[in-house]
Design a protein around this ligand. Sequence first.
Ligand code: SF4
Ligand code: SF4
Length: 383
Amino acid sequence: MTHIVSLLECRTYEYDLVKKAIVQSFENLGGISPYIQKGDIVLLKVNLLMKKTPEEATTTHPIFVKALAETLLAHGAQVLIGDSPGGPFNEKALRGVYRVCGMEQIAHELGCTLNYNTNSIHVKNKKGLLLKQLTVVEMLQDVTKVISVSKLKTHGMAMFTGAVKNMFGIVPGILKAEYHFSMPEIADFSDALIDICAYADPILSFMDGIVGMEGEGPSAGIPREIGVVLASTSPYHLDVAAAAIIGLTPTQVPTIKRSVARGLCSGTLEDIIFPAERPEKFLLSDYKIPKIRSTNLLPPTTPSYVKTFVNACLQPKPVFHFKDCVGCGICAESCPAKVLHMQDQKPIIDLNECIRCFCCQELCPKKAVTIHRPWIMKILSKI
Ligand code: SF4
Ligand code: SF4
């Protein structure tokens, strides 16, 4: 099925320009009225991975969120801004994230609401392939519509984090780690991400691609100007367009590959209508993308000593840089496989049991964790 993806050039977070792009995005999608009615309570599911300033390009930029929220408010909707960041999902943690990420200020300026409901609910997921049941944040029940407002970033495990992966944030707090642990295979984890996105069923998906992140995303990479505001009725098609912009063959991205297998999109630009600009206009062929491989390269029947040897030789692994480490212990608390422990305020890892989810890299506030890829895998990934 074809879907519209609106791509508009915007190279700065100057408010008037971002607002103009957001308003034009709605027009390109056929207006606001087909999607949002007066009285709707709309969750802007932003990406607030951790306490990072807007300039670090880890989180959806507050000016982007403000422009979108103001447009919805003017249409008679109420707006709730929310996410379940990495780490514990409680009011104290949320306050810190909202403050540092700039959400507190824009909520104050606009008079819209920040989510502090940290309850969870257990739900059935009729659209799920792997996850027929889910535990999700209760805030979904507080709203009538959901809009995904993601950030265009790279990701060490998933290669790319876009509109579909953004919805992983409806899984509360550290429960996300259990999903990583129970599905170490990237294909399974990608299916789980699609299941979660399907449950959230965002009516629209916007993506902040004005300044994205390249390299060691989603938190330790480098901000990179892309200059595009993306919007679509389909998170799957939006991700295809975004992947093409950063120089990927979209089906290289595990979530897109699984979306294609599930008939949600073609994985090409063929089933996308671009009413404004096309991806070629923004193409960055030198965008730094993490090279990923399946986290488990061998069949399950492989003897464990062979697995251990091959994994040691071929698997990417987290490396801890003690000169940057401040001993906060967040990595150890967040490790789904419980293979990290703190000793003398430094993380110590049991690599044999590491499931290569890279939550430790994702959530380290000091960029003290990098992903080391063996030289042979760097060569293989270019073949
Ligand atoms: S590696 Fe990062 S998250 Fe882990 S203890 Fe050091 S600073 Fe904290
Ligand atoms: S050490 Fe890091 S990559 Fe390994 S399982 Fe723990 S969080 Fe995941």
